[in-house]
Design a protein around this ligand. Structure first.
Ligand code: SF4
Length: 404
């Protein structure tokens, strides 16, 4: 296909595809899917070889959020049966982080529910970052605490944070359908604040909320313009008890097309396969390793992931290697521009998040009219499939050993 040849050439030159080219990737047929994966895989290997970076989530504070993000199991009014607890103590968070590092994670993502941190929260998280860095030499720490106020990013950086996650999640034009308690512009401002503080920015999206192909391309182009160092791609986990509980719009093939499109638009950026990997890609997970260079190990914020051991086996079986602490994640031109020890530049869905990590999602039950151009594929769009959504019952905030 001429399209794929062009996209590979552009990806190798770090040149942005056109909107039409990005849309065409999403419109490819199942017959063309392996060609799409092979083409995007060439771009992935050019910038990241066959390395897979492992990241580990620690949910510092779970549930009871006053915000209304409709994809999130921790939102205002959520009746999802998730764990709810307030701030972990620094030593508890450090213990949880150590399990992930022992499993091969080189980055720990510290996530807290809420609109954004108070200055007292920043004090707490700073102590937690210091405890984790003291106990786990060389580990990268990313904070994901919601909207940042002036000066908070700088304080986190001083405490030793390497990165800050805050996702755009969806296109600007549809953001109001997903959340009403804050705006898309608020989110963009927080990413800018993190970058200005010298933190490596991590910002991504959630697919499967009923958005159109044009919405997906919009948000990925907006991310390219923001220039984060890492882009987590979440696939909505439709939690029972959230407005999006019945939004099953994704098939494994569509997930692969979305990941390929993100790779072509953000060729030299750490593209991380985040929440929803297991429930939406299912047996096609290994193919996604040809597109992304980063995944979460083990569980997500409020939902269970594949066993950490199986993640490691999958990586080895597919012919990839786990990125070591002594390897630099980003290509030289980005790492040098960044000047961070972690190799990330300036800059949670699971639930994505408070914005990034993998956990919940979906569009409001009232519907928004979006998604009408998303074809109902296979089992998608059927009734809620709660059998596929397992709530996390171990790790941080419990007495049970974490999955790492
Ligand atoms: S995504 Fe974050 S801000 Fe939104 S409801 Fe969930 S925890 Fe709260």
């Amino acid at each position: 296909m001429d399209l794929l040849k062009t996209l590979v050439e552009k990806g190798l030159r770090r040149e942005q595809p056109t909107r039409e080219e990005a849309l065409a990737v999403l419109a490819t047929s199942d017959d063309e899917l392996l060609d799409v994966v092979a083409a995007a895989g060439k771009v992935r290997r050019q910038w990241f070889g066959r390395r897979v970076k492992l990241n580990y989530l620690v949910n510092l504070k779970s549930g009871l959020c006053p915000e209304d993000c409709s994809y999130c199991s921790q939102r205002l009014g959520s009746t999802a049966d998730i764990l709810k607890y307030t701030w972990l103590k620094p030593e508890e968070a450090s213990r949880a982080a150590a399990a992930g590092v022992a499993g091969g994670a080189k980055r720990v993502c510290l996530v807290a529910s809420g609109r954004g941190p108070t200055d007292r929260d920043i004090d707490r998280v700073s102590k937690t970052i210091e405890a984790i860095k003291e106990e786990n030499e060389g580990v990268e720490v990313c904070a994901c605490l919601g909207l940042l106020s002036a000066g908070q990013g700088e304080r986190l950086r001083t405490a030793g944070a390497d990165a800050y996650n805050h996702n755009l999640n969806t296109s600007e034009s549809t953001y109001g359908d997903i959340t009403t308690t804050h705006t898309y512009a608020d989110r963009v401002e927080t990413v800018h604040r993190a970058q200005a503080a010298g933190l490596s920015a991590c910002s991504g999206l959630i697919a499967g909320m009923g958005e159109s192909d044009a919405d997906l391309v919009d948000v990925v182009f907006s991310l390219r313009a923001l220039d984060p160092d890492s882009v987590p791609v979440n696939f909505l986990i439709p939690f029972e008890g959230t407005p999006l509980a019945e939004e099953w719009n994704l098939t494994p093939q569509r997930c692969l097309r979305i990941l390929a499109m993100v790779r072509f638009v953000c060729p030299d950026v750490e593209v991380r396969l985040a929440g929803g990997r297991e429930v939406h890609l299912r047996s096609l997970q290994p193919l996604a390793l040809h597109l992304v260079n980063s995944i979460f190990l083990g569980d997500y914020l409020t939902s269970e992931g594949q066993e950490g051991r199986k993640d490691l086996e999958m990586i080895a079986d597919a012919g990839f290697t786990v990125e070591g602490a002594d390897e630099t994640t980003l290509p030289a031109h980005r790492a040098q521009a960044a000047g961070h020890a972690c190799g990330e530049g300036r800059a949670c869905a699971e639930e994505g998040s408070p914005d990034g990590a993998p956990a919940a999602a979906g569009r409001g039950a009232a519907g928004s009219g979006r998604g009408q151009d998303v074809p109902a594929q296979g089992a998608a769009a059927d009734a809620a499939r709660s059998d596929l959504v397992a709530v996390r019952r171990r790790g941080a905030g419990t007495d049970l050993a974490p999955n790492a």
